[in-house]
Design a protein around this ligand. Sequence first.
Ligand code: ADP
Ligand code: MG
Length: 269
Amino acid sequence: MDRTPVDAPPTSPPLLTVRNLHKNFGQLEVLKGISLDVRDGEVISIIGASGSGKSTFLRCLNLMEMPGSGEMTFEKFSLNFGANARLHPTPRQLCELRTRIGMVFQSYNLWPHKTVLENVIEAPIQVRKMGRREAVEQAEALLERIGLYDKRMSYPSKLSGGQQQRVAIVRALAMAPKVMLFDEVTSALDPELVGEVLSLMSSLVAEGMTMLIVTHEMAFAREVGTRTLFFDKGVIAEDGSPSEIIGAPRSDRLKQFLRRILHEPSRLG
Ligand code: ADP
Ligand code: MG
């Protein structure tokens, strides 16, 4: 059965709205007008073939990539993009927005020359201006929670891929984000390490975190997700509950995609 977000009656205003978002790389139109409302507590899985614009969309949401045009509202931010934008985000707004919308990638991107603990305290100290002692206490509590307290003085290279990815998730959580974006965070892991990362993500779902998750883990998407989007060539081609989208796909494109994912999951991106 599909989960429904707690504390989010359908009448509450969306937490995040995106309107008509476009993004080009040179001549290549990658996002062709994405509109989406995300409500507090929603857990949205995003599926779609390689090159359909999933990663670009997530990167636009936390403004690692600047959209070419369109609008976005989130908390106190009301942003519009492009040459005719009424107001461009200031560097300070960008920085602040990125603390509220955390992102984790396929490649863990931990700093190799810093210990696990230093990786986790860096941004809270530098960006949130947290005192070192408080940052260390918070980081230790987070590491304790994921069973990696004993690894706090280790360097990332001494950890397994699954451990590194869990540290990367905790590092994002240390910024106290309101929304978490996950871009294929288990795709680079050996199969036996996938479970520990998904179970950490499930625990965030249980806490009510709002999440957008690009994934090929269909069972996970159905189990924890409240909603699934199928991206196709830069548009949201289907949007519905996981059981509708994954269990009873309507379009031929989606049917084809799901068939391929079952037969050659390793070739998708
Ligand atoms: P997905 O995550 O669905 O596989 P992406 O968002 O990564 O898709 O990519 C969509 C398209 O945009 C692809 O054709 C990709 O090659 C292109 N693309 C992504 N990032 C860049 C970039 N920084 N510069 C040029 N092209 C890019
Ligand atoms: Mg991608």
